[in-house]
Write a protein that binds this ligand. Structure first.
Ligand code: MLT
Length: 244
């Protein structure tokens, strides 16, 4: 099983996307929010890249059971029902609802994986479930870090490294780690004791802290708090029918 990591969401075309399983990682906070929303019973999440696309799609779908969700600069978008704080999704009644979600980096990274056969959404809160899914897929894997404005972000690299480390610890003898996967694993093994400290210290964690989202950092750092695997099919994110 070949594993590569993209530390920012470009370069996927170099990996012949059609034959891949991709895990998109946006620890702060889109991937974590998606995991919480699916866990809370959202029927489907439709990730879109822009505010305009989100509002147009929501109007087309009609008001019933559709919620407009997302952030810009970390804050809820004016007129939207929900922002991008995972805690909102465990508290609001979203069961059976369609969420149209747009975030600055996370939903863009997901949208960029359109040509990929199989895409899942990964974060620290569902890392073991994602690893089980990837092992069962027995496919070439690319971990795509959403990053920040197209650049590297520490928290996504940490999560990618944790996934790589757990795949290695699974003792699957067919693992073939690319150098990028090896680099992510080294970063993770150096920080594995305290992910929360890293989330507080990284660029986007500092920014979210300054907006008053310290509790979100704690939620996003809770490794394996959930066992859901959000899967993207035909532009819709739903709970995976377990292959475990
Ligand atoms: C993003 O997609 O850029 C993030 O999830 C931003 C955030 O923390 O809300």
């Amino acid at each position: 099983m070949r594993i590569d990591v993209l530390f920012a969401p470009h370069g996927l075309e170099l990996h012949k996307p059609r034959g891949l399983t991709v895990a998109v990682v946006d620890v702060l906070r889109a991937s974590t929010t998606i995991a919480y929303a699916i866990d809370a019973g959202a029927d489907r999440i439709i990730p879109v890249a822009s505010i305009e696309a989100a509002t147009t799609l929501a109007m087309k779908l009609g008001e019933e059971d559709v919620l407009l969700c997302g952030e810009r600069e970390g804050k809820r978008i004016d007129g939207f029902h929900l922002g991008n704080s995972p805690q909102e999704y465990s508290q609001a009644d979203i069961s059976g609802k369609t969420l149209v979600l747009t975030t600055t980096n996370g939903t863009k990274a997901i949208s960029m994986c359109e040509a990929v056969k199989e895409v899942v959404v990964a974060s620290l809160v569902n890392v073991s479930a994602v690893v089980e899914y990837l092992l069962a897929a027995k496919n070439r894997i690319v971990l795509v870090c959403a990053g920040k404005f197209g650049r590297f972000s520490m928290e996504d690299a940490l999560c990618a490294g944790m996934i790589v480390a757990r795949l290695r610890d699974s003792r699957d003898n067919n693992l073939d780690l690319g150098d990028s996967a090896g680099a992510a694993e080294i970063l993770y093994r150096a920080n594995s004791i305290d992910p929360l400290a890293l989330l507080r210290d990284c660029e986007h964690g500092q920014y979210l802290g300054s907006l008053g989202f310290e509790e979100d950092l704690q939620v996003c750092a809770k490794v394996d708090a959930l066992s859901v695997v959000p899967v993207v099919r035909q532009g819709r994110i739903r709970r995976s029918e377990s292959r475990m």
